[in-house]
Design a protein around this ligand. Structure first.
Ligand SMILES: Nc1ncnc2c1ncn2[C@@H]1O[C@H](COP(=O)(O)OP(=O)(O)OP(=O)(O)O)[C@@H](O)[C@H]1O
Ligand SMILES: [Mg+2]
Length: 238
């Protein structure tokens, strides 16, 4: 594969006294889609929080673009282009689509290019352009998810982290979200995706990791994992 953009080495962390992650290691590559799958409570969101700096790391290292960021505060990681779209589509409901996107361009780097980036976001999501002055809280779940991803893109991510973007969406909208992810991938956006929709995510990902009980238990290309008996039994119900 090409250049490593993110490297997690032997990471351990948790909440209070409770350890959740046990020696987690993974890599994400520039311009590739890397996916983490795993059942509820396996530690996926916790891992993303540790990577983005929201949760302190107890042990191990996180290397981003060749730099050790293990102890760097979250805002500095964002300034470097490590951007997360959190679980649950947290758009600002009282703000318009435009204002939400504007909020996304919060880093110094992103501010300068706000207009151009917004054009790119509108080219991906024409529906957002049509609703530019609508309050985000009045949009459908699928539209809010597009807005959440659009807002992530406004920050000019070097690595865009998506935590379960298809969660809670109707099947048709789930497909739409996956089409968007594929489109971003073809545009060269580097992504780290967490998904419960194992079937669809393994079909489009370059590489994937399987998490269980705070550990990485398997890894491989999307194709390798989709064909693995263990994954098929545990996650695809085959
Ligand atoms: N703020 C918190 N305080 C204490 N424990 C937490 C906190 N957040 C998560 N946990 C616990 O950490 C474990 C891993 O949770 P996490 O949210 O990382 O799982 P997940 O893989 O993202 O699950 P899901 O697929 O349901 O989103 C769970 O046992 C959970 O209860
Ligand atoms: Mg989660």
């Amino acid at each position: 594969m090409t250049d490593v953009i993110l490297q997690v080495e032997d990471l351990e962390t948790g909440y209070g006294e409770v350890q959740i992650l046990w020696g987690v290691s993974l890599k994400a590559y520039k311009s590739k889609l890397t996916t983490i799958i795993g059942s509820n409570g396996s530690g996926k969101t916790t891992l993303l929080r540790a990577i983005t700096g929201v949760l302190p790391i107890w042990k191990g290292r996180v290397i981003f673009e060749g730099k050790d960021i293990t102890k760097l505060p979250a805002y500095k990681r964002a300034e470097m282009g490590l951007i997360m779209v959190p679980e649950g589509r947290m758009v600002f409901p009282e703000m318009t689509v435009y204002e939400n996107l504007e909020m996304g361009a919060y880093t110094k780097r992103a501010r300068k290019k706000m207009k151009e980036t917004m054009e790119f976001v509108f080219s991906l999501f024409p529906r957002l352009k049509e609703r530019i002055n609508q309050k985000a809280g009045t949009m459908s779940g699928g539209e809010q998810q597009m807005l959440a991803i659009g807002r992530g893109l406004m920050a000019l991510p070097e690595l865009l982290i998506l935590d379960e973007p298809s969660l809670g969406l109707a099947p048709k909208l789930v497909l739409e979200v996956f089409e968007i992810i594929e489109r971003l991938r073809s545009e060269g956006v580097t992504m780290l995706l967490v998904e419960q929709n194992v079937h669809l995510s393994l079909a489009i990902t370059d590489y994937a990791y399987v998490m269980a009980e705070g550990r990485i238990v398997m890894e491989g290309t999307g194709k390798e994992l989709a064909e693995s008996d263990e994954v098929r039994k545990a996650y695809l119900g085959i």
